[in-house]
Ligand binder design. Structure first.
Ligand code: DGL
Length: 258
């Protein structure tokens, strides 16, 4: 079985890494839409067109499922893709529901980091309206972080300065959980961990997404798959240098996890 993962760029590698951990014997195809990254600052119509084109190319590789490892692409195009394709399409959304649950008794608030496009969509606003019965969810767009990540910029001082600029004026003690609602952001979880007060939990949707993938495909635990744990990287610009970058990003993220 080959399972495709798709993102605008290298962000979805944070989800792929979790999938490889949980399903080491499946085969994976990772596709980045390098011609159009970033998505989060573009219009809904543009991103819809990009995602449909990318999906068309991915399904030609005869994959058995598609994980949209991108919150932005999911909010714009997941429903449309499900109308077009019969293979399972697994999307992602910011982990607002578990975050609200985690803080139900503490009275602390939830801060969601995501792209401007994700945060402006009705899908996100309906999700918050559905699960946030105490009005405890705030959101902060961090579009520049996608650019840092695409440049493999993990310079602690520069990134910390960026976060401090964005978080200036926010009373962090009021928050119990920060939700990383863009798949690029977990590359910066360690840096954020050093900046945020110790009581704040930082969560993302990777584990939940891979659990859903396993359930949808009825995949078994470690050792149950039929593949060899192969990962093939592809990108819309067919740029060999970007393939090398994706392999490097995969290694960097795995190192951060250990
Ligand atoms: N990684 C993406 C997400 O989860 C999109 C980032 C972008 O292209 O702006 O939202």
């Amino acid at each position: 079985m080959t399972i495709a993962f798709f993102d605008s760029g290298i962000g979805g590698i944070t989800v792929l890494s979790e999938a490889v951990k949980q399903l080491p014997q499946e085969n994976f195809l990772y596709f980045a839409d390098t011609l159009h990254v970033p998505y989060g600052t573009k219009s809904k119509d543009q991103v819809m067109e990009y995602v449909l084109d990318a999906a068309d190319r991915i399904v030609r590789e005869e994959v058995q499922a598609l994980v949209i490892a991108c919150n932005t692409a999911t909010s714009i195009a997941a429903a449309e893709l499900r109308k077009i394709y019969s293979i399972p399409i697994i999307g992602m959304e910011p982990a607002v529901k578990p975050a609200v649950e985690m803080n139900r008794n503490s009275g602390k608030r939830v801060l969601v980091f995501a792209t401007p496009l994700t945060l402006s969509q009705s899908k996100y606003n309906e999700l918050v309206a559905r699960v946030d019965d105490h009005g405890s969810v705030d959101s902060l767009p961090l579009p520049e972080l996608v650019g840092y990540c695409e440049n493999l910029n993990f310079d602690r001082t520069e990134i910390a300065d960026y976060f401090w600029g964005k978080l200036a004026g926010i009373d962090l003690n009021a928050y119990g959980t920060v939700v990383l609602g863009c798949t690029h952001y977990p590359f910066y979880k360690e840096i954020l961990r050093e900046l945020l007060p110790g009581h704040i939990e930082i969560i993302d949707g990777s584990r939940g997404t891979v659990s859903r993938l396993r359930n949808v495909l009825c995949l078994k635990d470690v050792g149950g798959g039929e593949g060899q744990g192969r990962i093939q990287f592809m990108c819309s610009s067919d740029d060999p240098a970007y393939i090398v970058k994706m392999e490097k990003a995969f290694d960097i993220f795995n190192r951060l996890q250990n």
